[in-house]
Design a protein around this ligand. Structure first.
Ligand SMILES: *Cc1c(COP(=O)(O)O)cnc(C)c1O
Length: 460
């Protein structure tokens, strides 16, 4: 199985290379050359077995079945629930899929725990070492810190926007106590952190000399890992019933994983409604057919405060009939003008992908958290509330609705308290983070300062 770039100017690579490099050298995103066929998950199949099968479909010939099984068992042993992504009933035909049973209470753990194992496997096989860098609006950083803490062949550099993430989110990244995890608090917003990481990667020399790699939401291994729970949800709820997923969305990695699960077979029909907050670039893309750059505004669901969803590029590639020249042109144009209409010939296919998007206001998000608490006694996180709010407004259908619960309420205690009057406690298993010392360094919004920081701290 080879992976090709959505911009068509990079050589095809294998699964592990696609995973280790993140972004393709031509600036595009890796996608499988052809979609593998994956058999539906069985109702008695364990999560780790489905995971090994799904990842195996993309990694065939590079990782043998036994090794992959061991990798998946290791990745998910830190989860507090044996089903990894359990379903809980919310209404007669509606469920929440809880994706927050990992070590840092957000769905990012599901992919990141697996990626860390894949990196370990690939790097020790090759006798190499890497510096992994990522920008985070809160949850990715914690998940990466937990997954890579203590890794012998990876140094991790996490950039977060100084004082713009929740204190609990910060605790998960800054208290690992691991010498290979470095936290940089950047004096600007998340987009600025992302821009720094992007320019680090555009410095080919630095990338080569530092063995620099990324684990942001465009990494193919993350998409593959996230496709697994769409398959297990279908198995649990019955393969004869169509499911309608509601996916709280930012960079669209999670929703795209659903699309991938559907492309590879095993889902009875496919519909995913991306639930976005007031940063609604994804709704504009899918419904108005326009790539339009607006700067992100702060909302109660910060992990979804994204100005343009990076994984949309993969969907565009498919909708254009895999026309890499067109994708490259559109993104070049977009980089210059920040405003590009999608050609008519991709709009039709886009509307047939099963994906759509709806936006929820800040005040509706808070009201929704309160309403769900009243109905069920559950405290839900603000991102999940954007999802349940969208689910509530969907037209009647024969489908079973599955809302992805992307984080635990205790990760956003201030917002939950504001909405419901109740401050959620951290689950017992993670309460230790609050007592540990935080380690992070305040760094200016400046690429060369960050580059120097990485150079000085990476192990030779
Ligand atoms: C990252 C994140 C999202 C958005 O996921 P994408 O894959 O970027 O669309 C939603 N909710 C939470 C809690 C997150 O951490």
């Amino acid at each position: 199985m080879k992976f090709i770039s959505t911009r068509g100017q990079a050589s095809p690579v294998g699964f592990l290379d696609a995973c280790l490099s993140g972004l393709a050298p031509d600036g595009g995103l890796y996608v499988p050359e052809t979609w593998p066929k994956i058999a539906p998950a069985g109702p008695h199949e364990r999560y780790v077995d489905v995971a090994a099968r799904v990842i195996g479909a993309f990694a065939e010939e590079e990782i043998d079945g036994e090794t992959l099984q061991r990798i998946c068992v290791r990745a998910y042993k830190s989860f507090a629930h044996q089903s990894v992504a359990p379903l809980v009933q919310w209404g007669p035909d509606a469920f929440l899929m809880e994706l927050h049973h990992g070590p840092t209470l957000a769905f990012k753990d599901i992919a990141m725990q697996l990626i860390a194992q894949l990196f370990d496997q690939a790097l020790s096989q090759r006798g190499e070492r890497m510096s992994v860098t990522c920008a985070t609006s809160g949850d990715t950083g914690g998940a990466a810190a937990a997954a890579f803490a203590g890794a012998t062949n990876v140094d991790l550099f996490i950039l977060h926007p100084h004082e713009r993430i929740s204190p609990v989110q910060r605790l998960f990244m800054t208290t690992t106590g691991a010498g290979n995890v470095h936290n940089l608090a950047i004096d600007e917003d998340f987009d600025a952190c992302q821009a720094i990481v992007k320019s680090l990667f555009s410095d080919r020399d630095f990338v080569a000399r530092s063995g620099l790699s990324g684990v942001n939401s465009i990494n193919w291994a993350r998409i593959a890992a996230q496709a697994v729970y769409y398959a297990t949800a279908q198995a649990a709820l019955g393969t004869d019933r169509p499911l309608r997923f509601v996916v709280p969305s930012g960079n669209m990695g999670d929703a795209l994983a659903g699309y991938v699960a559907a492309r590879c077979g095993g889902l009875a029909g496919f519909e995913a409604i991306c639930a976005v907050n007031e940063n609604d670039a994804l709704r504009v893309l899918l419904h108005d057919g326009k790539m339009s750059r607006a700067s992100a505004v702060a909302t109660p669901s910060p992990a979804m405060d994204i100005s343009i969803p990076s994984n949309f590029e993969r969907l565009l590639f498919e909708a254009s009939g895999r026309d890499a020249d067109l994708v490259r042109q559109l993104y070049e144009q977009f980089a210059q003008s920040g405003d590009v209409p999608l050609p008519d010939r991709v709009k039709g296919p886009l509307s047939c992908t099963g994906l759509s998007a709806r936006s929820v206001s800040n005040s509706d998000t808070l009201a929704e958290m309160k309403r769900v608490y009243g109905e069920t006694g559950w405290l839900i996180c603000p991102h999940t509330a954007v999802g349940t709010s969208v689910a509530r407004a969907l037209p009647e259908s024969d489908a079973v609705t599955v809302v992805l619960a992307t984080a635990h309420a205790a990760k956003f205690p201030e917002t939950v308290e504001k909405a419901t009057g109740i401050r959620p406690d951290l689950p017992l298993r993670v309460q230790g983070v609050a007592a540990r010392d935080e380690v992070f360094e305040h760094v200016a919004n400046d690429v060369s300062a960050v580059r120097d920081y990485i150079r000085a701290r990476q192990r030779a």
